[in-house]
Design a protein. Structure first.
Length: 129
């Protein structure tokens, strides 16, 4: 599958993100994007919430907050379908900070956002207020 992205600054519609299959670099389906979290004052995306497929990690469905910059958005040249890729192996994902959908973080989340960026090795851009 060719997932090269000739234009990394392309706009992405939220309707093309939510529900879209997320694959790892081994082309295994990891799960799908359940929803995204935005900064209310700037509209910038803080992170996406990944719903991992039942069985991918040998457990029930689980949710993870994934830094926006850890996801790659491309179009597969072979199928023309939108593809979201996450460069993470099963062990790293299994030990990642989880996301509690019954009690999502509200209000300032600086510590949580810093933690997930650090865990996935993604530089955090400071959102503008």
């Amino acid at each position: 599958m060719d997932t090269s992205n000739p234009n990394p600054k392309v706009m992405v519609s939220s309707s093309n993100v939510v529900g879209t299959d997320v694959r790892n670099l081994q082309d295994e389906s990891v799960g799908s994007i359940d929803h995204m979290m935005f900064y209310s004052e700037t509209g910038e995306v803080a992170y996406a919430v990944l719903k991992v497929n039942t069985g991918f990690l040998n457990m029930d469905s689980k949710y993870f907050a994934i830094p926006w910059r850890a996801l790659s958005f491309t179009r597969a040249s072979s199928s023309g379908e939108d593809v979201i890729t996450l460069d993470v192996d099963k062990d790293k994902l299994e030990n990642a900070p989880g996301y509690d959908t019954d009690n999502p973080p509200m209000g300032p989340q600086t510590e949580f956002v810093n933690e997930i960026h650090h865990y996935y090795g993604v530089e955090r851009t400071q959102h503008r207020m």
